[in-house]
Design a binder for this molecule. Structure first.
Ligand code: ATP
Ligand code: MG
Length: 350
């Protein structure tokens, strides 16, 4: 029996409603695959920030460093600005634990309404560089209040930072359908993205079995809507990956089903799995949050921890339930609840 220690951070709002669903699924599918989970729960959240002045304790990273993975619900609270949860919790974890790959799988499931219906099968993964690129703190504001007022923001692309993400993306493409698309804009951005393009070309030569192409981000966004079925793995910088993964999640049937993984591929530090959605204060406490995003996160975590069959079973059960017209939450047009969907899913994976 393998045992994994998981740090659970339910967070705020519906984060606290969807994590128990993910946990129940992990326990059920784990039991059949000889995998046990031990959980430690942390109350790190905007609620904690309002109460104690910090999202997490000063030694927060040390408290979860020894865990095999982190499963996070959602953080966010009306009245607490986004930058508090971002810089007080998410970014310290992503950067502190070198979670430099942000992975977002997108599927259009049969039985779900999506603007992409008719576009055929969609099964793609966006690989986003997660710790450098456009989201840097380098820059500043000058001449505030004067006609000469300006803002300057530097983007940082390092050979080491880009190529470690390319390693991940090409390896992933080789394991999947062998197609990789790189997001760029080297016609308009003349230093960083030509460098990105050069590194992609250099890395592509190391993976002769992976077919690849490069698309400017504007054209790529249009193609993502018009012919999403042509994509397998898309790799992009921090900003482009962010935009593409939200776009893809929205067109694939809503934010409630989208999962994300912040990976430290070397497994030197714990990776973190969190649904794409936020704390959804408008529906929190009503029991109708869609748990699919969180449950799919649990599947990604199973895969990362070395249990790909168990992960595939969970993902397959989600697909089966949606295709069969089983219970679904109101965001997907149903009258089900978090609990009724989870119960139906547990029957399939237990
Ligand atoms: P935050 O600041 O925490 O990111 P937000 O309002 O910006 O919150 P979400 O919390 O993701 O973003 O909510 C966006 C919309 O999607 C809301 O109307 C919310 O109710 C809905 N939504 C998000 N997640 C889910 C879910 N799992 N199930 C059902 N509806 C959801
Ligand atoms: Mg938000």
């Amino acid at each position: 029996m393998t045992t994994h220690r998981i740090a659970l951070i339910p967070g705020d709002g519906i984060g606290r409603e969807v994590l128990p669903a993910a946990r129940a699924v992990l326990d059920a599918v784990g039991a059949r695959h000889g995998v046990r989970f031990g959980y430690d729960e942390f109350d790190w959240s905007c609620a904690r920030y309002l109460d104690q002045g910090a999202m997490m304790p000063a030694d927060g990273l040390d408290r979860v460093r020894g865990h095999d993975a982190i499963l996070l619900g959602a953080v966010g609270e009306p009245g607490v600005p986004d930058h508090v949860s971002l810089w007080g919790l998410l970014i310290p974890l992503r950067r502190g634990f070198a979670q430099y790959v942000n992975l977002r799988p997108i599927r259009v499931f049969e039985g779900l309404d999506s603007p992409l219906r008719g576009a055929g099968t969609v099964d793609l993964v966006v690989v986003r560089e997660n710790v450098e690129g456009e989201y840097s703190e380098i820059g500043g504001r000058l001449n505030r209040g004067f006609p000469t007022e300006m803002a300057v923001q530097e983007a940082v692309f390092t050979r080491a930072g880009v190529t470690r993400v390319l390693d991940y993306a090409f390896e992933l493409a080789a394991r999947r359908r062998g197609r990789l698309t790189s997001a760029t804009k080297s016609n308009g951005i003349v230093h960083t993205l030509p460098f990105w393009d050069e590194l992609v070309t250099e890395w592509a030569a190391r993976y002769p079995d992976v077919g690849w192409d490069s698309e400017h981000i504007d054209a790529l966004c249009a193609k993502m809507v018009l012919e999403p079925g042509r994509f397998d793995v898309i790799v992009g910088s921090n900003l482009f990956g962010d935009i593409l993964s939200d776009l893809a999640a929205a067109v694939a049937g809503g934010i409630g089903i989208a999962p994300a993984a912040n990976l430290n591929p070397e497994r030197e530090f714990p990776s973190m799995f969190e649904p794409v959605h936020g704390s959804a204060p408008d529906i929190a406490g009503k029991g109708v949050a869609n748990p699919i995003g969180a449950i799919w996160c649990a599947a990604m975590m199973l895969d990362h921890l070395g249990h790909p069959e168990a992960a595939a079973e969970v993902e397959g059960a989600i697909a089966t339930l949606l295709a069969a017209g089983g219970p679904r939450t109101p965001d997907l047009g149903g009258t089900g609840t978090t609990v009724s969907f989870t119960r139906a899913l547990l029957e399939l994976v237990s």
